[in-house]
Design a protein around this ligand. Structure first.
Ligand code: IDP
Ligand code: MG
Length: 135
């Protein structure tokens, strides 16, 4: 079954810093995920804490929020057939050392915390996350 979906993608500070924006964007468009909207922003730690609040009980929560607010990020709405799952597949596993060959995190991720990209994990969460960044 296929359905046209939108998902939120973020190019995280480690990847923006290494000028990977264009490479990552081309990767998505070559795989038929259309970039509907894109903006480069820097968020505050409070905003990062709100965005990642599902992780508030995790031991890495504070470091994660500090990290996401540490430098510019690119937030994007991607659209395509099964875009949510497709983006997750293109990203690869959370830990780059466990990600499959050819995935973004395998190619560009530095470590489990500096793993270059974020992607919504469900259609429901995609709606919430898109609403968070694109009012
Ligand atoms: P995801 O980004 O693959 O969806 P999540 O489990 O939702 O992974 O975690 C959100 C982010 O938190 C990850 O992308 C990663 O940057 C960070 N993270 C997850 N697990 C760990 C960990 O065990 N140590 C440090 N950072 C982590
Ligand atoms: Mg997640």
């Amino acid at each position: 079954m296929s359905s046209l979906e939108q998902t939120l993608s973020i190019i995280k500070p480690d990847a923006v810093e290494r000028n990977l924006e264009n490479k990552i964007k081309s990767f998505f468009t070559e795989k038929n995920l259309k970039i509907l909207k894109s903006k480069k922003i820097k968020i505050s730690k409070d905003e990062a804490s709100e965005f990642y609040k599902v992780h508030q009980t995790k031991p890495f929560y504070d470091a994660l929020c500090t990290y996401l607010s540490s430098g510019p990020i690119i937030v994007m709405i991607l659209e395509g057939e099964n875009a949510v799952l497709k983006n997750r597949e293109l990203m690869g596993a959370t830990d780059p050392s466990k990600a499959e060959e050819g995935t973004l995190r395998k190619m560009y991720g530095i470590s489990i915390d500096k793993n270059s990209v974020h992607g919504s994990d469900s259609v429901e969460n995609a709606k919430t996350e898109i609403g968070f960044f694109f009012k």
